[in-house]
Design a protein around this ligand. Structure first.
Ligand SMILES: Cc1cc2nc3c(=O)[nH]c(=O)nc-3n(C[C@H](O)[C@H](O)[C@H](O)COP(=O)(O)OP(=O)(O)OC[C@H]3O[C@@H](n4cnc5c(N)ncnc54)[C@H](O)[C@@H]3O)c2cc1C
Length: 455
């Protein structure tokens, strides 16, 4: 290890980022210019092109980038949104070109800017090109992280890398900072134990959500003026559908459901049947006549998971986890990539003060990025009768408040804007607490809606 860490100076040393998903790519960008050299290591070999790859199977499903996430990505990669749009990505007017139905009510279609809609592999491919072009970053593919290299007083001083399936050929790589961006199964937490440190406390909410998705070519105009349709689950019908126009005019339909009896089918003859009654009849018929571009991909998501590294009293120096390795949010709320980008921004901010004590300072900042998306998504999930572990009275209260808020957002442009700010992670959710917004919500608070499952 260089003396950099103990001196806490910037501009020297070597950082290794493990995993080249969205959080690894953002982290590598954040570290570029701070360290002499950054090595980005990815287990998948040569993830070139725009196909779904083995290490990121969720890439086959809708990946909405919130406007808040697009802002952070554009800070790291100037011109990215325009470039992706010019290369075929869809820019959709929010909310005027989107049909968003949450908790049974359709968000009023007030114009509030534009959102970028692209597939996950397309977005990731362009980010990877940008990161690989940075002069101080090297992308090494077809290599997996096996274990950390440790030095008792200094903490983590590198990592051992090997070809997948060939740990005997493991290669030690020295580093002043190792970033675990290996996703939800990220090994950073377990490495703590191996290094003699406690593992972070884990919060887990069992949601038992499953996805099924398929891409389509839809005849121009067949879906009217809408560029995206989002039908959220309700307490009485715990199923949802997201239909999004992406790059090159391809559309992806992702279906999901809470609980085994509501998991979407993967057989082609049954897949669209699940969406009947969820999607508007015109939309559903247009999809029946559309050409499928892919088979049907499925993904099981048993539980949201949050590792509270920020609560640990002792942390190894030289190692931080980011992205899904810290917090994996129920994907139906579409916030994971945004949180990953926000954490990379937090990492960069913390590095401005050097690397001494970095893990503690970083996890404190990362916890701020995670807090609200975790709170909102778990509150919405806890309102679902299918999600166990919440007292029925609390679940009922949450359900009533979400339904009242969405009824108000259907009728009142100010409430719609406040809801959009909160879910798109653009503005402060404090907008929901403004007196006019709260008054509108209270006007839509219906005693009939007190019982979960009645809507
Ligand atoms: C079905 C589904 C739908 C989703 N939809 C959305 C959405 O609409 N919007 C949104 O913002 N988010 C969505 N997400 C969440 C989003 O995919 C993640 O939050 C986001 O990609 C950040 O993940 P990550 O980079 O931390 O991990 P990942 O994307 O899982 O990437 C981890 C990377 O690490 C590599 N890796 C793993 N182990 C090793 C190792 N030992 N050595 C080297 N490399 C390794 C993997 O190959 C992979 O490339 C969705 C998730 C799912 C499951």
């Amino acid at each position: 290890m260089s003396a950099e860490r103990s001196r806490g100076r910037r501009g020297t040393g070597h950082a290794v980022v493990l995993g080249a998903g969205i959080s690894g790519l953002c982290a590598a960008r954040a570290l570029s210019g701070v360290f002499d050299h950054v090595t980005l290591v990815e287990r998948d070999s040569a993830p070139a092109g725009s196909g779904v790859r083995r290490g990121v199977p969720q890439g086959a499903h809708v990946h909405s980038l919130t406007p808040g996430g697009a802002v952070v990505l554009a800070e790291f990669f100037p011109g990215l949104v325009e470039e992706l749009a010019a290369e075929g990505g869809t820019l959709a007017g929010a909310l005027d070109e989107l049909e968003i139905v949450f908790f049974g009510s359709r968000l009023r279609q007030v114009p509030l800017g534009r959102v970028l809609q692209v597939s996950r592999p397309f977005l990731e491919g362009r980010l990877r090109e940008r990161v690989a072009a940075l002069p101080d970053v090297t992308l090494r593919t077809g290599l997996e992280a096996v274990e950390p290299l440790a030095d008792a007083p200094a903490g983590v001083v590198g990592v051992r890398l090997a070809r997948p399936g060939g740990p005997d050929s493991a290669e030690p790589v020295a580093a002043d900072l190792v970033v675990d961006a290996m996703g939800r199964a990220g090994r950073g937490a377990a490495w703590h134990r191996a290094l003699g440190y406690p593992e972070p406390p884990v919060q887990r909410l069992h949601v038992d959500v499953a996805y099924a998705s398929r891409r389509y070519q839809v005849a121009p105009g067949a879906l009217g003026t809408a560029k995206g349709v989002l039908i959220g689950a309700t307490q009485g019908r715990p199923r949802g559908a997201v239909l999004t126009q992406q790059e090159n005019d391809a559309w992806v339909l992702s279906l999901y459901g809470f609980g085994k009896g509501h998991h979407p089918p993967t057989a082609p003859e049954e897949f669209l049947g699940f969406a009947e009654g969820l999607l508007a009849p015109d939309t559903w018929h247009a999809l029946r006549g559309a050409e499928p571009l892919t088979g049907i991909s499925s993904f099981a998501y048993p539980a949201s998971l949050r590792r509270d590294f920020h609560r640990l009293r002792s942390l190894p120096e030289g190692l931080v986890s980011v992205g899904d390795a810290v917090c994996s949010l129920n994907p139906i709320y579409g916030a994971g990539m945004t949180v990953a980008a926000l954490e990379a921004k937090a990492l960069r901010k913390c590095l401005a003060e050097g690397t001494a004590g970095l893990p503690r300072r970083f996890y404190r900042e990362a916890a701020r990025a995670v807090r609200l998306p975790w709170l909102f998504s778990t509150m919405a999930d806890r309102s679902m009768p299918q999600v166990p572990g919440t007292h029925p009275a609390l679940a009922g209260l949450l359900a009533r408040s979400f339904r009242a808020t969405m009824r108000a957002a259907a009728a009142d442009a100010r409430v719609a804007a406040a809801v959009w700010d909160a879910v798109s992670l653009t503005g402060s959710p404090a907008g929901l607490a403004r007196p006019q917004v709260m008054a509108a919500v209270l006007r839509h608070w219906s005693p009939r809606a007190a019982v979960p499952g009645k809507d």
